[in-house]
Design a protein around this ligand. Structure first.
Ligand code: NAP
Ligand code: MG
Length: 399
């Protein structure tokens, strides 16, 4: 059998711990037997990030700009314990944060639905994809404790011209204050990424803020989305038969619970942080959640939503059996391969990616799954497979 060719490579970012072990197995057993895999390889494993003083992460982000599509393994975001464990020169920043900053993108998270793993919300029949704005608001805030009586003001000092002031509060006792911001350019990129992604996947887009209360800040998000939609996307949406729908965040939350899914829900940074955890756990498992960073310039970076599964890795190192779910990592690979296939009009590669997804889900639907899914499945008598056995079961179907 001749292997499927790739016309241009994708950027491959290897990572850490258990997901690094799965990474190798997926390539060897599920991809290389069928595809003449071409990647530009970056090792974002923590040791190599430390050796290169994190330059490798910046190089990888730049490579995505060159090759348009990347696939990333989960990586350790160092904390104090990791600095000691790996004897790091510095507490390096989150690679995801570095890549996101370089590509200026929006992160879309979508659950992988499969027979036997049922959402807690009975009426959810199709995936709900959450799009989280990844810049500003409370994540870049400035806070102050107010010890006692006094006046707090917002002051804007323009480069040219005289300062503008607004009263925040006239304190007659102790209290707290918080200042936050966003940039117009970031809000516009967020809007464009959401509209483009909705067109890409042919799904409606919902967006919600608290504009009734926040009459300048949230109102700006609402108006910016509407303006960009009217000027750049309304016609394309009509042609594609999809809709843009704005509502108040409270109303959106209520409607999401009653909806059947199959749409994209765009959220401001904080709403997206909180709601993505609710949506992903209600769909079943973090190990069944994909994540793609889409930049306004049309670059795509695919990954699993979960971390490096540290506890399983230490078992693996001790020679104990593990049952780590590789589905989200497999779907990161298929997402990236299908995307580069689409860009290069390489239909066999697109077909291969879809086939691998189908066979992965078939394996689970037949009752063969890893321990995390076996614990929550509605199928009777599931067969619990080890990390490698599960990948082997998919490989058998692919052959
Ligand atoms: P985690 O890797 O997501 O795992 C937390 C727990 O969730 C696991 O112990 C396991 O539960 C379960 N789990 C997650 N993924 C699973 C899978 N594929 N199969 C089966 N079970 C799975 O989070 P963590 O252990 O808190 O973090 C480990 C490292 O990951 C940290 O250093 C963190 O910085 C990093 N991280 C990276 C990313 C990223 O690169 N995108 C994202 C998040 C975290 P049981 O132990 O009960 O089996
Ligand atoms: Mg969160």
């Amino acid at each position: 059998m001749s292997k499927i060719q790739m016309l241009t490579p994708i950027v491959e970012m290897d990572g850490d711990e258990m997901t690094h072990i799965l990474w190798g197995m997926i390539k060897e057993k599920l991809i290389r037997p069928f595809v003449d895999l071409k990647t530009v390889y970056y090792d974002l494993g923590l040791r190599h990030r430390d050796e290169t003083s994190d330059q490798v992460t910046i190089d990888a982000a730049n490579a995505i700009k060159q090759y348009k599509v990347g696939v990333k393994c989960a990586t350790i975001t160092p904390n104090a314990a990791r600095v000691e464990e790996y004897d790091l020169k510095e507490m390096w920043k989150s690679p995801n944060g570095t890549i996101r900053a370089a590509l200026d993108g929006t992160v879309f998270r979508a659950p992988i639905l499969v027979k036997g793993i049922e959402p807690c919300v009975r009426n959810w029949k199709k995936p709900i994809t959450l799009a989280r704005h990844a810049y500003g608001d409370v994540y870049r805030n400035t806070e102050m404790a107010i010890p006692g009586p006094g006046r707090v003001e917002l002051v804007y000092t323009p480069v040219n011209g005289s300062p503008q002031k607004a009263l925040v509060h006239e304190f007659d006792d102790a209290g707290i204050v918080q200042g936050m911001h966003n940039r117009q350019s970031s809000i516009e990129s967020f809007a464009r990424s959401c509209f483009s992604y909705a067109l890409d996947v042919g799904q409606d887009l919902w967006f919600a803020t608290k504009d009734t209360i926040s009459k300048t800040y949230d109102q700006n998000f609402k108006l910016t989305f509407q303006k960009i939609f009217d000027e750049e996307f309304a016609e394309k949406f009509e042609k594609a038969g999809i809709q843009y729908f704005y509502t108040l965040i409270d109303d959106a939350v209520a409607r999401v619970m009653k909806a059947e899914g199959g749409f994209i829900w765009a959220c401001k940074n904080y709403d997206g942080d909180v709601m993505s955890d609710m949506v992903s756990s209600a769909f079943g498992s973090l190990a069944m959640m994909t994540s793609v960073l889409v930049s306004p310039d049309g670059y795509y970076e695919y990954e699993a939503a979960h971390g490096t599964v540290q506890k399983h890795y230490y078992k693996y190192l001790n020679g104990e059996p593990t049952s780590t779910n590789s589905v989200a990592t497999i779907f990161a690979w298929t997402g990236a391969l299908a995307r580069i296939g689409l860009i290069n009009e390489n239909q066999p590669l697109v077909d291969f990616a879809h086939k691998l997804e189908e066979k992965t889900l078939e394996t689970i639907a037949e009752g063969k799954m890893t321990g995390d899914l076996a614990r929550i499945t509605t199928l009777e008598n599931p067969t619990v497979l080890g990390s490698e056995e599960f990948i082997d079961a998919i490989a058998e179907k692919m052959a």
